[in-house]
Design a protein around this ligand. Structure first.
Ligand code: MTE
Ligand code: MO
Length: 298
């Protein structure tokens, strides 16, 4: 049966969680034997993903409340089908694209990424998704475009959190076009080979693994190409604490806490904190910021 979160024409059938785990053990075994491995499996072997339970029960999704367990409790009321993403601004083919229309054109793959929240906790998540660059190409980015803006759905009837004015809804995020087109930047549509749960941003959400988690905006309904830096929710709420770039950087403290270390979710109460890595360990993005003072453009 065709699953609506992935394109069965270009992708093998969904990876069941059990198979996924077996494959990981295989990779670890192969690594121990010194067998040649490509970069992606090596990455898979070196990152121990959090459990499905951790990933889907400890969440930030303020449209459903500010508590970590509010999204899992309340996001079930979000109606994610049918779903439409408006792509507008500086594109050749603006329009309302249905989720199914998008998925019929995209190639879904698995990406195991570290995920670092600005609150200094972290997880490792096995996402399923496609590269944002492919979606941008589908709409045809015009030559003057320099930024991409994103917006989350606002549905007071389905989202109890938006009745409170904690943020100026819709939740907004943005990337520079070169960040958006970077091959690490994905739109996630699944976790552990299952459709992405509502609390994690169904039916599609951004994942930018070298930036603090709040940049990875959930349940996207609008993508706008522009030549001006888009307004972003956390920067609008508190510009001193949350910049537009928000690259993970252990050397730049949040005004109220250090970013040098992080607490890995699922490690237990007495687990040792681990060091936070520059760009969350994704050094390949460093050239994007060449010549920029990352203390000023934080
Ligand atoms: N629309 C929307 N997107 C959002 C948020 C939110 O409150 N609303 N929270 C952000 C924050 S702060 C984090 S850490 C991540 C959490 O993603 P997760 O719950 O899948 O781990 O989602 C981000 N995307
Ligand atoms: Mo976060």
């Amino acid at each position: 049966m065709a699953h609506r979160w992935q394109n069965t024409l270009t992708q093998d059938d969904v990876t069941p969680e059990a198979m996924f785990l077996n494959r990981r053990q295989m990779m670890a075994g192969a690594a121990a034997l010194g067998l040649g491995l490509t970069a992606q499996p090596l990455l898979a072997a070196s990152l121990e993903p959090n459990s499905y339970e951790d990933i889907t029960s400890y969440n930030n999704f303020y449209e459903f409340g500010t508590g970590k367990d509010d999204p899992a409790r309340y996001a079930g009321s979000l109606k994610t089908s049918p779903w439409t993403v408006k792509i507008d601004g500086m594109v050749d083919r603006p329009g309302d694209y249905s989720f199914d229309q998008i998925m019929s054109k995209m190639t879904v793959e698995e990406r195991i990424y570290r995920f670092r929240c600005v609150e200094a906790w972290s997880m490792v998540v096995p996402w399923n998704g496609f590269e944002l660059a492919d979606l941008l190409d589908m709409a045809g980015v015009q030559s003057g475009a320099k930024y991409v803006g994103f917006e989350t759905a606002v549905r007071p009837d389905e989202m109890p959190g938006v009745r409170a004015r904690v943020l100026d809804w819709p939740y907004r995020e943005g990337l520079r076009l070169d960040e958006a087109r970077h091959p690490l930047t994905i739109m996630a549509t699944g976790i552990y080979g299952k459709p992405i749960p509502n609390q994690n941003g169904a039916p599609l959400r951004l994942v930018v693994p070298w930036k603090y988690g709040f940049k990875s905006i959930k349940s996207i309904v609008r993508i706008t190409l522009t030549d001006k830096e888009p307004k972003t929710s956390w920067n609008m709420a508190n510009a001193r604490e949350y910049g537009f770039y928000s690259n993970v950087n252990p050397e730049v403290s949040h005004p109220r806490w250090s970013q040098a270390t992080e607490r890995r979710i699922g490690g237990g109460l007495f687990a040792k904190r681990q060091d936070t890595l520059m760009f969350n360990g994704y050094d390949e993005v460093a050239p994007l910021y060449k010549g920029m003072d990352l203390k000023t453009y934080f």
